[in-house]
Structure formats: structure tokens, C-alpha cells
Design a protein around this ligand. Structure first.
Ligand code: R5P
Length: 295
């Protein structure tokens, strides 16, 4: 593909995508001024080229400004097309005005991306109240499924697994992964009392006896959801659970929390760089970029 692949916070993934596409790696000289403002300089002639920007937008405010500035610079230098690859798409949680006066930040965030990019490729965005990204984004936006990757990992590492979604929102991922893995599954109920306070109701699960519980969710953020479910499963005498998530943000002391709750293994996709990355998404992303290129 005749494109240059730039990266903001996800160099390994950008390297692998560029290799799969047979594309060049974009030359980006980037640093911050002493006051924290970004300095960007792009090498080579970008006029008329397709630029692919692979950005780690988990903990979004860390790379978001630089991502928008990079797109603006590429446009200014004459790039013909700029595609954003955001393996984890942030700001999807606030998909409604739950309280008077709140901002529907998923929409405002989408407007920024629409204004700077010509296309968006992402993996398993948190689509809950929106059915598709087209309800939010006016540029072509592709949401790819990582279910086959997690299913393959679970089939190999937990062939006797019993998949458990910790809350109603996790049903779509749990069901998809379980069906592909050919394993039984169920979904629990969760009440969220605050950002770091959840209560997952774990009923007696006779069908789980002797099998490996595998908790499945789209995101591990603080880890409280997975940890609460794991603790209760262990307390009921089940085997130490595995925790499988598409995106692992692991904010604050999430890893310790999961360990202390008795989680035996954690696996995530490399949408966000982390030691738990056991599923690689470069193949999925490269395929989607090639399909977009073909129109
Ligand atoms: C919520 O609906 C999501 O699917 C996850 O369950 C949630 O983001 C996990 O957050 P935490 O790890 O902070 O409990």
C-alpha cells in the first residue's frame, strides 16, 4: 500500500502494520517544550500521500493533542488522505446525557476526529447506546471485532473454560467469544455505585463445577469489575478465574487488585500496550486498511 505509517504511543503496532501493508514508516520528530507543548516535525515530502496515524488513545489526554496536531500538520503539508487507527477508541462511555448539564462527550470527541481525519479504524468500541459508529462519526469509521482473537486464546489456554460476562453490557462480547470458542457461557448482573465501587451478583453456578471460569469483558479499567466477580467465584469454591479483555487500561493498582482477587491469568489484545497482551491485532487492522484503500 502506498502510505506512510506514523505512530503516537504505539510504535510496535505501527511497525507491524507497516510491514503487513508493505508501507513506509512515517518519519516524525517529536518532543515537548519545557512547558509541555508539543513540537512535531515530519520528515519527507507528504504532498499527495496517504498517511496512516496509529495512536494509543487509551488515557486519551496523554496523546490526543499530539494526534490532532499531527493530523493538522500532515494536512498542511499536503497529505491526500489521513486515516486514524485508534485501536482503543476513548470517550465512548458518555453516550447519553445521564444527568442534566452533562456533556455527551462521545459526540464532541467524534467531531474532533471528523474534523482532522478522513477515516477511522478501531477495535471493539464500547457501543452500548449507539448501534454503530456511523451514528457518531461522519467520516467512514470501521469497528473491527476482536472476538476471534480472544476465542482462539481461550480455546488454547482454557479448553475447559466457562465464559462469564460480569455485567449486562458484556453480553455481546461474551456471547460472540463463547460461540467462536465453542464453550458455555453466562452473564452476571452488576450494580455500579461509583468509579471504583461495583457489586457483581454471582449466583450459584452448578454448570461451572470443575471448569475454568473465564471472565470476559471489553475493558479492564480500574479492574474492580473483574476483581469483584473473581473474588466471589473463588469464595464459592470455583477454580481461580482467568480474565480476558479486549482492551486493558489497568489504571491505578488494577493489576494488584486482580491478583489479590485470585485471578490466575489475565489476557488482553495489544490495542493498548501492556504485559498481558496475548492477542495481536495488527492483522485485523492491516486488512481493514487495505479494504478502505480499495474503496
Ligand atoms: C463497562 O460497562 C465496561 O464494559 C467495563 O465493565 C468497565 O469499563 C470496567 O471498568 P473497571 O475495570 O473500572 O471496573
Amino acid at each position: 500500500m502506498n502510505a506512510s505509517v506514523f505512530d503516537l504511543g504505539h510504535a510496535g503496532l505501527a511497525d507491524r502494520i507497516a510491514a503487513r501493508l508493505g508501507a513506509a514508516r512515517g518519519m516524525l520528530d517529536r518532543r515537548t517544550f519545557p512547558d509541555g507543548e508539543h513540537y512535531l516535525r515530519i520528515g519527507g515530502d507528504r504532498a499527495g500521500h496517504h498517511a496512516v496515524v496509529v495512536a494509543d488513545l487509551a488515557l486519551p489526554d496523554r496523546h490526543l493533542t499530539a494526534t490532532l496536531l499531527l493530523a493538522a500538520t500532515l494536512r498542511d503539508l499536503g497529505a491526500a488522505r489521513i486515516t486514524l487507527v485508534a485501536p482503543y477508541l476513548p470517550y465512548m462511555r458518555q453516550d447519553a446525557r445521564f444527568q442534566p448539564g452533562e456533556g455527551v462527550t462521545s459526540r464532541y470527541f467524534a467531531r474532533w476526529i471528523d474534523a482532522h481525519f478522513d477515516a477511522l479504524v478501531t477495535i471493539e468500541p464500547h457501543l452500548h447506546r449507539y448501534a454503530t459508529l456511523a451514528e457518531l462519526y461522519s467520516i467512514p469509521a470501521r469497528a473491527l471485532s476482536a472476538a476471534p482473537l480472544l476465542a482462539a486464546w481461550i480455546r488454547a489456554e482454557a479448553p475447559d473454560g466457562f465464559l462469564i460476562g460480569p455485567d449486562a453490557e458484556s453480553r455481546r462480547w461474551t456471547e460472540a467469544v463463547a460461540e467462536l470458542a465453542g464453550l458455555p457461557w453466562t452473564v452476571l448482573e452488576k450494580v455500579r455505585h461509583g468509579d471504583r465501587a461495583v457489586d457483581v451478583a454471582v449466583p450459584a453456578l452448578p454448570a461451572l463445577a470443575g471448569r475454568r471460569p473465564v471472565l470476559v469483558d471489553d475493558v479492564i479499567s480500574t479492574g474492580h469489575t473483574m476483581a469483584d466477580a473473581a473474588r466471589k467465584l473463588v469464595a464459592q469454591g470455583h477454580r481461580p478465574p482467568f480474565a480476558a479483555a479486549i482492551h486493558g487500561l489497568f489504571v491505578e493498582d488494577a493489576e494488584r487488585l486482580l491478583r489479590d482477587a485470585g485471578v490466575a491469568r489475565v489476557v488482553t489484545c495489544d490495542t493498548v500496550p501492556h504485559a498481558s497482551n496475548g492477542c495481536q491485532v495488527d492483522g485485523l487492522l492491516a486488512e481493514a486498511l487495505l479494504a478502505l484503500d480499495r474503496g
